[in-house]
Design a protein around this ligand. Structure first.
Ligand SMILES: C[S@@+](CC[C@H](N)C(=O)[O-])C[C@H]1O[C@@H](n2cnc3c(N)ncnc32)[C@H](O)[C@@H]1O
Ligand SMILES: Nc1nc2[nH]cc(C(=O)O)c2c(=O)[nH]1
Ligand code: SF4
Ligand SMILES: [Mg+2]
Length: 197
């Protein structure tokens, strides 16, 4: 069986800017390719794998990963069979999280520790995985009806401000307070506030 290779766009250590792990030191492994084209995507450079470095799991984990927390992101990382990458990371005692748009199932056999699903208007907000947290970007299309309430515990649903759009922040604020019983969480992108990667 030939070894799986992954299209690596970048591996970088930063502060998790989003979600319930916001503020923690993490190392991101960004893989190329995505099955959606969200109009406001802030990472279009990850769509095209032609500039990516195709690396095996062992080649990836041999690189600098100084943090315990590792976030596999993209692009859409579930386009790839992540089993061998997660296995290699966990052999090195890493805690492995993923950022996904929710359009693909995630095999429990991969052994991912934390699934952040961010369903998208471009896919009709489909959710095919079982997440630990949900993150909805509050764009013009977003409304409370699209939320997959049953999928996660109360408090684990973030309404994330669309970057650079004050009207999105105002809409997110209003929606969180429209249904206080639902305990939605207002989410921002910390890394855009402190201007880091
Ligand atoms: C670049 S995506 C990559 C992972 C996966 N494709 C996804 O959409 O979750 C990482 C995160 O950034 C969010 N995101 C992308 N563009 C954004 C923007 N303009 N404003 C706020 N969040 C954004 C996505 O919703 C997702 O939660
Ligand atoms: N600092 C920082 N936090 C992030 N959280 C999710 C990101 C992503 O692009 O998946 C991201 C990112 O690109 N930078
Ligand atoms: S699914 Fe994620 S990576 Fe793909 S276009 Fe949307 S935000 Fe960007
Ligand atoms: Mg990002």
């Amino acid at each position: 069986m030939p070894e799986v290779k992954y299209p690596v766009v970048q591996i970088f250590t930063s502060i998790q800017g989003e979600g319930l792990h916001m503020g923690l030191p993490v190392t991101f492994i960004r893989l190329a390719g995505c099955n959606l084209r969200c109009t406001w995507c802030d990472t279009p450079q990850a769509f095209d794998s032609s500039q990516a470095r195709w690396q095996t799991a062992e080649e990836i984990v041999a690189q600098a990963i100084p943090t315990r927390l590792v976030v596999i992101t993209g692009g859409e990382p579930t386009l790839h069979d992540l089993g061998s990458l997660v296995e290699a990371l966990k052999k090195r005692h890493k805690y492995v999280a993923i950022e996904t748009n929710g359009t693909n199932e995630i095999p429990a056999a991969w052994g991912i520790d934390w699934i952040t699903a961010s369903p998208k208007p471009a896919s009709g907000y489909i959710l095919r995985c079982v997440p630990n947290e949900l993150k909805y970007v509050v764009d013009d299309a977003f409304n409370l009806e699209v939320i997959a309430w049953q999928a996660v515990p109360k408090g684990n649903i973030l309404l994330q401000v669309e970057s650079g759009r004050p009207e999105s922040a105002a809409k997110a604020y209003r929606l969180v307070l429209e249904r206080p019983d639902w305990e939605l969480r207002l989410g921002i992108q910390l890394h855009k506030v402190i201007a880091v990667e």
